[in-house]
Design a binder for this molecule. Structure first.
Ligand code: ZN
Length: 276
């Protein structure tokens, strides 16, 4: 996937890109920017309707990219131009992230409510059980139902991010939920945000041999411990405090299976290995 003159190339044989003319955004990024990608869900019913909605002159929101459930891509705003997707936000000592960040919207209904054997979105559409993920949001304590993303959608989002990383000095990929916690829940626990950004930004680390039977120490302030290697898995205990001594038993997809007073999975980026 290639970027030319701040647009994804329309035809590369592998991706379907539709360019929309969204003229309300005209302010350019400053020098050295964008350096961040913000991942969102649309909470809408289709990629086409969300893309056209975000382009409307009377709508005070927009994004650079909308990705549909079959991997179809809409580009609304050129990559050198600030779009309106982050809103009131803060991250890493910065506020109002729009001025730093590319916004990617994924077509996804968001939170679902169980109705009989089906799962209903806020706009009324019902989805079958195989499209619902029961998982705990990183900013919440109890699990809820969320619409699953499609594999193709995540793959295409990965391809778009890869192209952006090649073109710009991108050093952060964050969820809207991380820059506006409490106010925003997207992309939510159905999106594998931690492993996604790790595979894009810390590629070389996965080339190193897997760590097994090593001693380590928790380096994050409060590290979630889960029943499996991914944020979709339930938290199985209170978060581990910084300095907690752990034994790493296994490594998979950027996660360690560790044992301390309890055994479970933690994101490997928050564990410092002490000895082998
Ligand atoms: Zn959002």
């Amino acid at each position: 996937m290639e970027i030319d003159s701040n647009f994804l190339l329309l035809e590369d044989g592998l991706h379907q890109v539709t360019k929309l003319s969204c003229t309300k955004n005209s302010v350019k990024f400053g020098p050295g920017l964008p350096d961040t990608i913000v991942i969102h869900y649309t909470a809408g019913s289709s990629a086409a309707s969300s893309a056209h909605y975000l382009c409307r002159d009377d709508v005070k929101a927009s994004a650079h990219i909308v990705i549909g459930r079959n991997g179809e891509i809409y580009q609304l705003v050129p990559f050198d131009t600030i779009a309106w997707h982050a809103g009131v936000s803060a991250y890493g000592g910065r506020t109002l992230l729009n001025q730093y960040a590319i916004g990617i919207e994924l077509d996804n209904a968001g939170v679902l409510t169980k109705v009989g054997n089906e799962f209903q979105a806020w706009f009324g559409t019902k989805y079958p059980a195989n499209e619902a993920v029961y998982a705990t949001h990183r900013n919440e304590t109890k699990p809820r139902y969320w619409q699953a993303y499609t594999d193709r959608q995540i793959e295409v989002c990965h391809d778009v991010c890869e192209a952006l990383i090649k073109k710009f000095s991108i050093n952060n990929i964050v969820g809207h939920e991380e820059i506006a916690p409490g106010r925003k829940q997207d992309p939510g626990p159905a999106f594998p945000l931690d492993s996604f950004r790790e595979s894009l930004l810390f590629k070389n680390e996965s080339d190193t041999p897997n760590i097994v039977n090593a001693k380590g120490e928790v380096s994050a302030n409060l590290l979630n411990i889960r029943s499996g290697a991914g944020v979709n898995f339930d938290k199985i205990a209170k978060p581990l405090a910084a300095g907690t001594k752990v034994k790493v038993l296994e490594e998979r997809d950027g996660w360690y299976r560790i044992t301390t007073t309890i055994e479970g999975w933690v994101s490997k980026s928050h564990v410092t290995i002490k000895t082998k």
